[in-house]
Design a protein around this ligand. Structure first.
Ligand code: ATP
Length: 313
């Protein structure tokens, strides 16, 4: 009897922006305690998984040459973790082909690698017909990286611990963003290291509590939210990449309500009052010569979802 090969599964997964990112002191385990408010944006990667006897991984699109295609790729690590969790005999080298179509900038502070890992978990649990809940996937996701669980759930959420302990946050509005991609990525560990160095010198000041941001999200008023965007990593990212100061100024001069560095940068995220303004800001920013590429996005959007299907866990 011929074995039936299941059809490939494609999953769309969002990038994140941190509306609030408070970084605590360095812990004994080498991580920093974080309090963050994430929002998932309509800037996405697509991940296709297919059963095959010739396992492998291909990458196309944004930053394709800078993404590893071996076991270091987070999507591949996700496949191995899930196969082991499911007790599959091919757990060391899962018999799958993974194709990443990237729209999220690589090493851009928007958690693109984490997004691909979350998408691989959702895609493979559908391909392998596993009986797992999204909460079970989130436990595996937390082992892969701090930002992976959020990419599974999407929406808007408060993250604590290393950012992986999530509570949903009510966001009563669609917020409109413009994203400015830089020429080159920034290494997240280097940015944290730079923050530790700046703090050892007694600067910069730390951002305050996340409560006002949560209240602004509930009010749905982008003007209120714009006043409260805050990121402790911004000073470190700007210290390593001084040109970001010019980019941040250019976005506000172009009509954005406010701008901030996204996560560890160097992508800059600009909050706009509405969709039309976002398109105008994007056009002006593209002509300003302060970044490589500009994208318009909105949030919140859902987390990793099978494209054209609703059978995902
Ligand atoms: P962080 O989640 O730490 O903020 P980031 O968004 O700044 O990360 P990523 O795009 O996730 O950055 O990439 C960080 C590094 O991870 C890249 O330089 C790349 O070498 C590696 N990497 C592994 N898997 C992937 C993937 N699927 N997509 C992109 N980068 C990946």
């Amino acid at each position: 009897m011929l074995a039936v090969v299941p059809p490939p599964v494609t999953v769309r997964v969002p990038a994140k922006v941190n509306l609030h990112l408070a970084v605590g002191d360095l812990r004994a385990d080498g991580f920093h305690e974080l309090v963050t408010v994430f929002q998932a944006l309509s800037l996405t990667d697509e991940v296709t998984v297919a059963a095959t006897d010739e396992p492998g991984l291909e990458v196309y699109g944004e930053g394709e040459r800078r993404v590893p295609t071996d076991g270091a790729n987070l999507a591949w690590r996700a496949a191995r973790e899930l196969a082991a969790y499911a007790g599959r005999p091919d757990a060391d080298a899962p018999k799958v082909r993974i194709v990443l179509r990237k729209g999220i900038p690589v090493a851009g502070g928007m958690a693109g690698g984490s997004a691909d890992a979350a998408a691989a978990l959702v895609g493979l649990s559908s391909l392998w017909k596993l009986d797992v809940t999204r909460d079970e996937l989130a436990t595996i996701a937390g082992r892969l990286g701090s930002d992976v669980p959020f990419a599974l759930y999407g929406g808007t959420a408060l993250g604590t611990g290393r950012g992986e302990q999530l509570v949903p946050v009510l966001a009563r509005h669609t917020f409109h963003w413009v994203l400015a991609f830089d020429e080159e990525g920034l290494s997240t560990p280097k940015v944290f290291g730079e923050l530790d160095r700046l703090r050892a010198d007694g600067k910069p000041p730390r951002i305050g509590s996340h409560t006002p941001v949560v209240e602004a999200l509930a009010s749905g008023d982008p003007r209120q939210l714009a006043l409260l965007l805050g990121n402790d990593l911004q000073a470190a990212a700007v210290s390593l990449r001084p040109g970001l100061r010019r980019t941040l100024r250019a976005g506000v001069n172009a009509g954005a309500l406010a701008g901030c560095v996204s996560g560890s940068g160097p992508t800059c995220a600009f909050l706009c009052s509405d969709a039309e303004t976002a398109v105008e800001v994007a056009a002006e920013l593209s002509g300003a010569g302060v970044c490589r590429t500009v994208r318009v996005a909105h949030g919140p959007v859902p987390g990793a979802r099978v494209v054209g299907g609703d059978d995902a866990p």
